[in-house]
Design a protein around this ligand. Sequence first.
Ligand code: NAP
Length: 246
Amino acid sequence: MPTVLIMGVTSAIGRAVAAEFAGRRYDLVLTGRDPEEVAAWAADFTFRHNVRATGRLFDALEFPSHVAAIESCFEAAGGALEGAVVSIGYLGDQALAERDPAEAGRILDTNFTGCISALNILANHFERRRGGFLAVISSVAGDRGRRKNYFYGAAKAGLSAYLQGLRARLFGAGVRVITVKPGFVDTAMTFGRPGLFLVASPQSVGRGIFKAIQRGQDVVYLPWFWRPIMLAARAIPESVFKRLSV
Ligand SMILES: NC(=O)c1ccc[n+]([C@@H]2O[C@H](COP(=O)([O-])OP(=O)(O)OC[C@H]3O[C@@H](n4cnc5c(N)ncnc54)[C@H](OP(=O)(O)O)[C@@H]3O)[C@@H](O)[C@H]2O)c1
């Protein structure tokens, strides 16, 4: 059976993508930080979809553990991973990050340096295999820095730029790199947050990610209408944008 690695099984979006693959008879390697939660979700996927789902631990902030953690995922897949989906993120508290370097660092390290550390290891694996895919959940927040979430937005912008370069590097090796840019999605990350609009379900975003992987798209906005919205947002001059309360 082909096997896909889903990093971030406790994320509703990550699980929605995992369900798309499991529904098509893919085996799964699922990562998370909490051993009990990871084991419970692995059992749930095995039972519900009748596939082989194996749990492994990965913490984006535990840099020294990354090589061993991801090698353990390769081993769980029997060395034959077809691709990986990275659904790890931390929105954080923007107001706190403005005065607390620890919160600022956590936002940047979870969304940017931690994910990139994992992606470097995965990229080398797929490049050696000369095939596969890396689908990484960035965000529309990275398309324009906003006063209300510019730590998170900066990290996602950096992640999107990294993925542009990685895509070009891996193109010749036949490895697809898919940058996923969702708008607002109804998950634990956004629960109870004010000011959300056009909120999508994790299931619809999961379907969109699966389709983008199948089609080999480079960058996908989910739902699609966020592409023109962000085009318009990027077109607003800085002299105007800095006066907006967005
Ligand atoms: N929801 C939205 O509106 C939205 C919009 C655009 C992009 N996104 C992106 O979509 C992805 C999935 O987020 P979500 O909406 O499904 O939210 P979520 O439920 O809060 O999921 C976030 C995931 O990141 C994991 N995570 C956080 N810190 C971690 C760390 N140090 N090491 C490893 N894993 C860590 C969480 O694991 P724990 O359960 O262990 O904390 C969880 O699995 C993220 O990249 C997010 O930035 C979300």
